[in-house]
Design a protein around this ligand. Structure first.
Ligand SMILES: [Zn+2]
Length: 302
């Protein structure tokens, strides 16, 4: 059976019901006044799908209010199809492809995919590498900075710092410049003191051994990739997919939006099949992130 024949991806009523079940597990909640009791579903042929009325504040509402779906005219079933496609495409899916596959305008596809990336932006809060876990931190470079002349090395590229815990999650950060001033605060903020940190030999990592339980290094510039426990294998697992996606699918990514693309790759890695998350569950998990992420066309563009 095609996964796209699932009812909530085909039928508008079912699509709303599917979203409502997940966002309102205890029944509808009026977003205007918080009422849960005196709330009724609007019936009748002329009524829009998914419309409710609150008999306390007398206002109407639907499940889209306060979520990435708010004020969107795109049918819910197409939103869910787009979420499914983004959740299951390992290297991502371009707005152009969504535009062609879903039969919506390119502008809608672009806006939709940025909103879905917002929903994927979760960002773990617990420190990484607790209980002596190993976290690999290697800077990477992608795209080209606006207006920067193409040079050798990486000076014209945008720097991204993925922190990858072995057997665990990744958290990637877009950094202004790959230097100590930009990188060290991120490392300190996200790693537990008992973490074992693996980096390359860049100078700005010099004092990590004093702050964390262990600091191992490999000398990337000399072609060294393994030194005992210090290796880049976990990082490479994440980065090979990220690199191929950014080069092959999102090659024209604007640096203003880079943080959202980065969030997309982090999300799929953190919801990967090895951790028991299949395509269906991954799409479900995206839906958990849709609340409180309203994004207007202006904020998407700035
Ligand atoms: Zn109300």
């Amino acid at each position: 059976m095609s996964l796209f024949s699932q009812k909530h991806l085909q039928d508008e009523e079912a699509a709303y019901a599917w979203v409502e079940e997940r966002l309102w597990p205890n029944g509808p909640v009026c977003p205007h006044c918080g009422e849960t009791e005196r709330v009724g579903k609007m019936q009748g042929k002329a009524t829009r799908v998914g419309l409710y009325k609150c008999y306390k504040c007398r206002k109407q509402f639907n499940v889209k209010i306060g979520t990435i779906f708010e004020k969107s005219h795109i049918p819910m079933r197409l939103w869910l199809q787009a979420i499914y496609l983004i959740a299951s495409s390992k290297k991502g899916i371009s707005s152009n492809q969504l535009h062609r596959t879903l039969g919506i305008t390119l502008k809608s596809a672009w806006f939709m995919s940025h909103r879905i990336r917002e929903a994927m932006r979760t960002g773990g809060l617990a420190p990484m590498g607790g209980n002596g876990g190993v976290v690999e931190a290697y800077e990477t470079f992608t795209g080209r900075k606006k207006g920067a002349p193409k040079k050798r090395a990486y000076h014209h590229k945008n720097a991204v710092l993925p922190l990858v815990e072995r057997g665990g999650e990744v958290r990637s950060f877009v950094v202004e410049k790959a230097d100590g001033e930009n990188i060290m605060p991120i490392v300190r903020e996200n790693l537990a003191k008992e973490a074992r940190v693996m980096t390359d030999e860049a100078k700005h990592y010099g004092k990590l051994g004093k702050e964390f339980s262990e600091h191992g290094t490999v000398n990337h510039s000399a072609g060294e990739y393994v030194r005992g426990d210090a290796h880049t294998n976990t990082f490479e697992n994440f980065y090979s997919v990220f690199k191929r996606g950014m080069k092959g699918i999102y090659q024209h990514c604007d640096e203003r939006h880079l943080h959202r693309y980065v969030a997309e790759f982090d999300f799929r890695y953190n919801n990967r099949i090895k951790l028991g998350v299949d395509d269906k569950a991954r799409a479900d998990n995206i839906l958990k992130g849709v609340v409180g992420k309203r994004l207007t066309y202006q904020t998407a563009n700035s």
